[in-house]
Ligand binder design. Structure first.
Ligand SMILES: C[S@@+](CC[C@H](N)C(=O)[O-])C[C@H]1O[C@@H](n2cnc3c(N)ncnc32)[C@H](O)[C@@H]1O
Length: 313
């Protein structure tokens, strides 16, 4: 099966010493994986969605101080929020995966697809900022970009232990990050988020519960990984590059409650095809997952907008 070969390669690369391992894994992703061709629009859209969820819950991105958990290789979520008027964005990552050449490629795409980018942001776009950004597309320098766009990249930095003052941010965000972090660390990240959040602040997170191997292997379905127990799945794919906690929506709700987060908005729905296959008993499930409802099992992603319990609304 293709996904097992992929997991085996990731496991092997993860065994190499730190910097060499990162370089080899990046080269593989660029040559054969998800970084072969990048699309700036997809990632900018994430920021538009974050801003929409924040606004619906009473917080405008324009003027907000943002913290992004899990920068990854590119800066598109911070850039997207800056283009919508965010005052400053701190983006933190445990690992220094950021690649200037990818950021430059994203800027060039923004320049070349300017009309589409303007349409994507609509009235939220700060046009003066877009003009400033486009100057950098032709004359790229990462430090200058960070400076112009009021983005602070902290790495290595742990979102569970931030060098930020109490109340220093208004919006705590991530996109497709929480499914990659162990539950106990997530609780610590949410508690630390509550500490650094201002009184009217919000947390807006998008979580992808699907088996990420199914994104590149059409032979498996989106909850294929739920057929394995923890030990077996850890042996198959428990490397640092593809770690998935496999927590489902109900687990996240429990975790948010334990961390003192009140969920203001949840956007999530069961996938009908997966729900149908579960109803027909077509999917094998490990005992820990078999006990869950079909609706929970078939829910493949969610937006969770929350605020610490103690904070007055
Ligand atoms: C799947 S990547 C997502 C990257 C990016 N958001 C994107 O969409 O391309 C998850 C990132 O979270 C980072 N991460 C994991 N645990 C973290 C923690 N405790 N604090 C900060 N970053 C963390 C990882 O190093 C990794 O770069």
């Amino acid at each position: 099966m293709y996904w097992m070969i992929k997991a085996g390669i990731q496991n092997s690369v993860a065994l190499l010493p730190g910097p060499i391992s990162h370089r080899v894994y990046y080269a593989i992703q660029r040559r054969f994986g998800g970084l072969r061709s990048i699309q700036v629009e997809d990632k900018l859209r994430q920021g538009v969605e974050v801003a929409g969820h924040a606004a619906r819950n009473g917080l405008e991105v324009a003027g907000a101080r943002v913290l992004e958990v899990g920068t990854g290789r590119r800066l598109n979520l911070p850039l997207s929020l800056w283009l919508q008027g965010a005052r400053e964005i701190t983006t933190v990552d445990l690992h220094t995966y950021l690649r200037p050449e990818l950021v430059q490629e994203d800027l060039r795409q923004i320049r070349d697809q300017r009309g589409r980018v303007e349409a994507l942001f609509g009235p939220r776009l700060d046009r003066a900022r877009l003009r400033k950004l486009l100057v950098l597309a032709d004359n790229f320098n990462l430090d200058r970009l960070l400076d112009v766009c009021s983005i602070r990249y902290l790495s290595p930095a742990d979102a569970a232990n931030l060098a930020l003052a109490d109340g220093a941010i208004d919006l705590h965000v991530s996109y497709e990050v929480f499914e990659h972090i162990p539950g106990a660390t997530l609780e610590a990240i949410l508690r630390e988020g509550a500490r650094v959040l201002s009184a009217q602040g919000l947390l807006v997170h998008y979580i992808d519960f699907s088996d990420h191997f199914s994104h590149s292997d059409p032979a498996i379905g989106p909850i294929n990984f739920l057929q394995y127990g923890d030990r077996a799945f850890g042996l198959l794919a428990g490397n640092r590059y593809m770690y998935m906690n496999r927590l489902r929506l109900d687990d996240f709700r429990g975790l948010y409650a334990r961390a003192g987060q009140r969920v203001l908005e949840q956007v999530a729905a069961p996938d009908s095809e997966t729900a149908g296959r579960l109803a027909q008993g077509q999917l094998k499930l490990a005992p820990a997952f078999a006990a869950k409802s079909h609706d929970v099992l078939a829910t493949l992603n969610a937006w969770l907008v929350s605020r610490p319990e103690a904070t007055p609304a």
